[in-house]
Every structure is written in structure tokens, then in C-alpha cells.
Ligand binder design. Sequence first.
Ligand code: FES
Length: 106
Amino acid sequence: MPNLTYIEANGTAHTVQANEGTNLMEIAVANLIPGILGDCGGSCSCATCHTYVDPGWMACVPAATDEELEILDGALDVRENSRLACQVFMSNALDGLIVRIPERQF
Ligand code: FES
């Protein structure tokens, strides 16, 4: 089972195991990771699952869709490596992935 690490804005790291095909928002909520809210349940409409993919992993993560980019526009402090966690799905290719959580979602 692949694992990934969420790093909170204060530097606290949480490494968890995840099933393939599960999105990073669902994994975070299931593991009680602070700072990823997922208010819309993963329907790509709230941006409360905003995360920063570690730059070293950006090339491994499938590109964002136009829909995701549109919703990301409404997030705070959007960066080049911003992604909505509900739109990134765990896979063996992402084993060891690192994502950082913004200081706040809104
Ligand atoms: S959970 Fe709402 S956009 Fe990701």
C-alpha cells in the first residue's frame, strides 16, 4: 500500500498509508489530518482541500483539469504547485508523495 506525507503549515508531518484510487482529500479526512476540510465532499467546487504538492513530485502528479484550475482561482495564496487534494488520486507511482497544507483554507 503506498504512503504519503502531509505537512501542516507549522511543520508537523503526518505519514499515512492510502489505498490506490483514493483522492488525497478523502485520505486526509479519514486520517484526521488538520487543515484539509473537503467541504464539498470532493466535487471540485469549494477549494477547501487546497494543498501544495512538493515541487519534486509535481512531474509525477497528473496535470490539473481546467475545472480544477477554475476552482483553485478562488483559493488563498495559490502557487505553481497548488492542487486540490480531491482531484489527485493515490497510486503506486505516487508512493512517498509529500504535500503541504496551507496556513488556512479561507
Ligand atoms: S473538497 Fe471541495 S474542491 Fe476539493
